[in-house]
Write a protein that binds this ligand. Sequence first.
Ligand code: SF4
Ligand code: SF4
Length: 367
Amino acid sequence: MKKLGFGCMRLPLINPEDPTSVDIEQFSKMIDTFIENGFTYFDTAYPYHQKQSELFVKKALVERYPRDSYTLADKLPVPFMKVKEDAQKIFYEQLEKCGVEYFDYYLLHSLNRNHYQTALKFDCFEFIKKMKEEGKIKEIGFSFHDTADILDQILTEHPEMDFVQLQINYLDWNSDSVQSKLCYETAVKHGKKVVIMEPVKGGSLVRVPEDVKTKLFNLDNSLSVASWAIRFAASLKNVRVVLSGMSNLEQLYDNISYMKEFKPLTQEENKFLIQLGDQIRTSIAIPCTACNYCTPGCPKNICIPEYFNLYNKRKQTLSKGKSNEYDNLKNEHGKPLDCIECGQCERVCPQKLPIICNLKKVAEEFE
Ligand code: SF4
Ligand code: SF4
């Protein structure tokens, strides 16, 4: 299998403000190009695009290609489960939404120390094993956002898992909270195949500071900034596929240009990127990946990742004063100061960000 997977959480949009306005024509063209170039892996999930991603995958992929010409991964939304019966209900709903009779890969979504307990409480491991036995899933696994000791515990207690999906990128490689390196080594220790998510950390490794961009162009000016991040992830042994959440044809063409005939990084390049990652990490004020897990449940409709993105841009450019972009966000969504500190967002944030405190910083900066 080629090592680039199509992540369906940031699909092309007609209206950038509306995550359900997926540009089906462009998405279909992206799929055609992806498949024509020999790539086969697609990854979706229940909450992506406000629960519409699976429907768009059905329309653009499943209804247009034979079932054996691609592989499809989907996920059980453990963090949103209320009762044990949700597992079966949601799983069958997902099969129908995607228009398939089986999933090639099925994951327990976003496990961490708390959601692992939810998965145990609702017998989620038993459920996906049963679906595998019945032929409705080919391989089972889980996506993971926590420290390596928790990953070690889950893999020790559940050796039946076929693979794990980890957040790995050169920015988080040595990070104390994400622990990309330690998590990767833990998966290898347990003999698991690894699927990599967030290789460009929600765009943070595309929108790098100017001095970092110059350093990367000096290495090879024919390669894009993003290419270094994707190739860093794909160069790791034991990696089955690296997911890229491509949002337009341009990003797709770029990814294909270096992943079609993939050439791993040299040891020197690898070392250089890790050092660069350590440098960039200190320059990002709020390390949000714009996954949007926090927004649907916010009672005040606060567009948390957009505010964090504005704040990060401001800190990187050292600009000051009034911001029209900020005013526009405030007009269309809740304001940072509307936050009632209910904590819903912090409970689901895979990056474990202190969102409430960060929103206060945003307000202080822009108000
Ligand atoms: S803590 Fe604030 S930002 Fe988070 S969900 Fe509650 S109201 Fe929204
Ligand atoms: S704050 Fe956390 S949950 Fe919300 S978009 Fe950023 S990383 Fe995702």
